[in-house]
Design a protein around this ligand. Structure first.
Ligand code: HEM
Length: 511
């Protein structure tokens, strides 16, 4: 059961007095001088807390876990360990116009507003609008920071990696991202668009001509996409030093899988990079009406299922979860909303069953299903692989599907996923999941096909097996051209960023 966090916070807020009177000093002594008064406290959380997702730890629990692992949650930007819990978000991509001015403003205008992990854990310490920042390789160079961060994917950017990632060329790329003109991204999040817009306007005015907006992605929010992709964000890893009580089935990863310089990150990097994280951003356009039409036209035919149920089953098997979030591994034929909404059960599976052969059986979950490709669990043996994990922190964008779009099976307004993944090593994280697992027709077994949701073969047709539980060798061909899969991809270049710790911003990037 979810805590009535907002009510608790409201009571606290009323007792605490008027918001504008509040001025909290950061507990981190290193940052005391740099961080000014926080914005007024809020009465309603800026994060969402869906039943299907595990709760965030309380401040007390996270602080205890962090102290045992020597992690400083006051120094880590709030987005990195939180996951897909944003209510509304705006990505503001900028270029640095004047390095000296920008550094000064970074220290005086941005740093005091950056939301830390600790602050996000309790409504009473959350700001009205959450702000985080990350820099691209060209952005660090623009700030005269020439140290190598030891990550070639970050240094090169995704535009250079285009062919390797199986993307169908740059034809769908957002033009502003071609080249190296994007120096960084500001992440604004809140519970209302008005809050975000006010914060953007106020920061723009404070920053003056030191930087310029290159591109922004907004209209973001918890959009109920009528596809099996609705319940994104259920399964994120539990991070040692942050997640106090992992849910059953949650992957347990070292802090160094997500945070640079922490235990488990074996790459040598400059000391100032400690507690930062690499942020991979992808704007993934989704053609939802077209996707739904494909499901309607290709139901899985099984005795006892209506055509509509057969269509739902196909969608659920492509993702590996039903619309409710229930995993097909535990609910193979019908959705089970109670299972989907229960974080103590909806992640508690390994694909292994005593009555089936793990290496061949696909009656429950296809090998190609999105969640099996991106987290193969027992397929790679036990204990589970602990290296190739990411913290997903994206958000759906765009409007609901309109009646006209649904009736015509044609998208007229763009919508999709603003994909964000944090990791300490892009080659082990996003790039590995995308390239070595999702894009490989032979992972986890020969001939299973690519991931039907995100796998790509440079625009070529994709043949997938295992989607029909009654015939595991039956092939499903996902076409290219204007199909929903091809144009699922609308990618951004130079979209790998580094989200530094607050002390790195203070001691290295703004001086
Ligand atoms: C439009 C694109 C995408 C859609 C619609 C999508 C949708 C989903 C959905 C519905 C889930 C299941 C809910 C959950 O476990 O949180 C999921 C899980 C996941 N996705 Fe995606 N996703 C997309 C892109 C990506 C990309 C680009 C990657 C990384 C390369 C990725 C990696 C993962 C991972 C690691 C999981 C969790 C698997 C697990 O722990 O069981 N996704 N995604």
């Amino acid at each position: 059961m979810k805590l009535a966090i907002n009510n608790v916070a409201s009571t606290f807020f009323i007792l605490a007095g008027i918001a504008s009177a509040l001025s909290i000093q950061d507990s981190s002594s290193a940052l005391k001088h740099k961080r000014g008064p926080l914005k007024p406290r809020r009465v309603q959380s800026l994060l969402i807390n869906p039943d299907a997702q595990p709760d965030l730890p309380t401040v007390q629990a996270a602080t205890a876990a962090a102290s045992a692992a020597s992690l400083n949650l006051d120094d880590i930007q709030g987005d990195v360990l939180i996951g897909m819990k944003k209510n509304r978000e705006l990505f503001y991509f900028f270029s640095i116009a004047n390095s000296t001015d920008f550094k000064a403003k970074l220290a005086s205008e941005i740093l005091p507003l950056i939301t830390t992990t600790t602050q996000l854990l309790d409504v009473s310490t959350q700001p009205v609008t959450f702000l985080n920042i990350a820099f691209s390789q060209s952005g660090l160079l623009a700030l005269n920071v020439t140290d190598s961060l030891g990550d070639s994917a970050f240094a090169g950017g995704q535009f250079k990696d285009l062919g390797n990632l199986g993307d169908p060329g740059s034809v769908n790329w957002v033009t502003e991202f071609a080249g190296t003109g994007i120096h960084g991204v500001l992440l604004f999040a809140s519970d209302t668009d008005d809050n975000i817009n006010e914060s953007v306007a106020s920061l723009e005015s404070a920053m003056g001509n030191s930087f310029a907006k290159v591109y922004s992605l907004s209209r973001l929010g918890l959009v109920q996409l009528p596809s099996p992709a609705t319940n994104d964000g259920i399964s994120n890893p539990a991070v040692i030093g942050f997640t106090a009580n992992p849910s059953p089935g949650q992957a347990n990863v070292s802090s160094g899988s997500i945070l640079v310089g922490e235990s488990g990150d074996s790459v040598t990097r400059p000391s100032w990079a400690k507690d930062g994280s690499f942020l991979v951003f992808r704007q993934l356009k989704q053609l939802v009406p077209e996707f739904n039409k494909f499901l309607t036209d290709n139901p899985i035919i099984i005795d006892g299922l209506t055509r509509e149920q057969g269509s739902d089953l196909l969608g659920a098997r492509m993702v590996g979860r039903w619309k409710s979030g229930a995993p097909v591994d535990l609910a193979p034929l019908f959705d089970d909303p109670a299972l989907g909404a229960d974080p103590n059960r909806n992640n508690d599976f390994t694909f292994q069953h005593p009555d089936a052969v793990l290496a061949t059986n696909q009656t429950r979950c296809p090998f190609s299903a999105h969640i099996r490709k991106t987290r193969p669990r027992a397929d790679l043996g036990t204990p589970e692989d602990a290296v190739h994990h990411i913290m997903r922190a994206g958000i759906a964008y765009g409007p609901e599907v309109s009646t006209d779009e649904a009736n015509s099976n044609t998208t007229s307004t763009e919508r999709g996923l603003a994909f964000v993944a944090y990791q300490s090593n892009i080659g082990n994280g996003f790039r590995f999941l995308q390239r070595t697992w999702a894009d490989s027709p032979n992972f986890v077994h020969s001939g299973v096909g690519v991931d039907p949701i995100i796998g790509a073969l440079a625009g070529a047709q994709r043949v997938i097996t295992g989607l029909d539980p009654t015939n595991s060798t039956k092939q499903t061909t996902l076409t290219t051209g204007k199909s929903f899969f091809h144009t699922l991809w609308s990618l951004a270049a130079e979209s790998t960023f580094f989200s530094p710790s607050l002390s790195a911003i203070a001691s290295k990037l703004s001086v």
